[in-house]
Design a protein around this ligand. Structure first.
Ligand SMILES: [Zn+2]
Length: 444
């Protein structure tokens, strides 16, 4: 490392400390060691901590929010008896979900873009954000991240980023020692400039949307460039990480990709360890699977967020499907493991025989179809799908037949596939690419 980059890291580390202490009121050094002690304690101690947090939250929700007061009828003792919180409840009863004990000026508004284009607005409080940030700091260390070390961020959500010309964004990047590549508009020129900049001042880690990371890795690979950066790890976040994303990025950057699973509504849900397993963030949330047997049968993930007292999320159906594992992980972490994460329930297709086909199947089959630039598969009904494709001059009739055949193999030979040739597939406001959308629900 050059003297310049050592100095930069030192200054940035001090700035992080000052920012957290004076702006946010968090002395993260001591808090991170407390988190470390808790999350490495025996499983029984972690469960006891969760249980006491859960009891406190349920009491608070019952006593101070109109929605839960009406729902619970009496102070609840068994969480599994509480009906899950659905997105439509938040849309329809937002005000009644907020706690009367938290003044309006202490509520922080947040929203998700929504995979089907329908945004969801909700509230969080300062403590939620402090705990959320601490958890991100804590778990990102699993991927080699540390305060002040240079990080390349390939991100798209405009609300997280501000306008790139905005001086605050520039200043933030400077003191945080970040370099930002806009994942929304990855042009060859921008990717080349970023590559050259990283060559001059190498990052220690990358934080990225997996689809943007994949595009960047593909650009580097196809142009015969060789990163000379000794990366400690890559953090993939905000979208489903597919195996072809991971494989190419790990090859091109010669390092491991760590999947960080979370949601704007509830924060960091699980983080991948060095052994490749997703450990649940039991400090901030209580996770359940809505399934007769969560260890063998995948089901909807239900999250109870333990720190957000402004608007309690209790058994919130986040919209992803998963399964638990009861095996202990060789990495030594006592945190329970999410064995399978099948991604969004709206991205998971259902067949007439009740089989679940997840988005990964289609991305796996289609990512190297010659002539195909982009695709989006929409399951309209159990019998009908729309396949939107952006193609180039190499596209052939054989490619079309191949894609239809693969869809019918998964969903049924008699499923009708309508192909639409389009100029582009618009990005939803969240900036997360949707390769697959299913409008079929469990009750169809
Ligand atoms: Zn592990």
């Amino acid at each position: 490392m050059s003297i310049r980059s050592i100095t930069k890291k030192f200054i940035s580390k001090a700035a992080w400390r000052a920012y957290n202490t004076y702006r946010k009121g968090v002395t993260y050094g001591s808090q991170l060691s407390r988190i470390d002690a808790l999350l490495n304690a025996p499983r029984a101690a972690i469960s006891a901590f969760q249980q006491s947090q859960l009891e406190k939250l349920l009491r608070h929700a019952y006593r101070t929010t109109p929605y839960y007061r009406e729902l619970f009828k009496a102070e609840p003792s068994d969480i599994s008896q509480i009906p899950p919180l659905e997105k439509r409840h938040i849309r329809e009863q937002l005000a009644r979900l907020c706690s009367e004990a938290v003044p309006q000026q202490h509520r922080i508004k947040n929203a998700t873009g929504g995979s089907t284009g329908e945004p969801l607005t909700f509230y969080q409080d300062r403590n939620y954000w402090n705990q959320r940030n601490l958890s991100v700091y804590y778990f990102d260390q699993w991927a080699g991240w540390n305060f002040g070390e240079r990080q390349l961020i390939i991100w798209g959500a405009l609300s997280d980023m501000g306008s790139p010309r905005e001086w605050r964004h520039q200043l933030n990047n400077f003191w945080r020692n970040h370099y930002w590549l806009n994942g929304f508009h990855l042009t060859d020129l921008r990717m080349r400039t970023t590559f050259q900049q990283m060559d001059k001042s190498p990052p220690q880690t990358i934080l990225a949307y997996p689809s943007s990371l994949y595009q960047f890795a593909r650009f580097i690979f196809e142009n015969g460039l060789k990163p000379r950066w000794d990366l400690k790890g890559i953090i993939s976040s905000a979208e489903m990480l597919h195996s072809h994303h991971r494989d190419l990025a790990e090859t091109v950057f010669s390092t491991k990709v760590y999947n960080r699973y979370g949601g704007r509504e509830v924060g960091l849900i699980a983080m991948e360890c060095e052994e490749g397993r997703l450990h649940i963030n039991c400090r901030d949330l209580y996770l359940e699977i809505d399934s007769p047997d969560p260890y063998t049968e995948p089901g909807d993930i239900l999250i109870t967020q333990l720190n957000n007292y402004a608007m309690p999320f209790i058994r919130y159906r986040i919209g992803d499907i998963g399964r638990l594992s009861d095996a202990s992980c060789p990495c030594g972490s006592p945190l329970p493991v999410l064995a399978e994460l099948l991604g969004r329930s709206t991205a998971t297709f259902r067949t007439r025989t009740r089989t679940l086909i997840h988005a990964g199947y289609f991305t796996q089959q289609f990512y190297n179809v010659v002539g195909l630039e982009q695709f989006q598969l929409i399951q309209e009904t159990l019998k009908h799908c729309v396949l939107k494709v952006v193609v180039n001059t190499q596209w052939t009739e054989a490619a079309r037949r191949y894609m239809v055949q693969k869809i019918q193999e998964a969903l049924g030979a008699d499923v009708i596939v309508t192909i639409e040739f389009v100029k582009e597939i618009p990005l939803p406001t969240s900036g997360k690419r949707e390769f697959t959308i299913s409008k079929v629900t469990a009750s169809d």
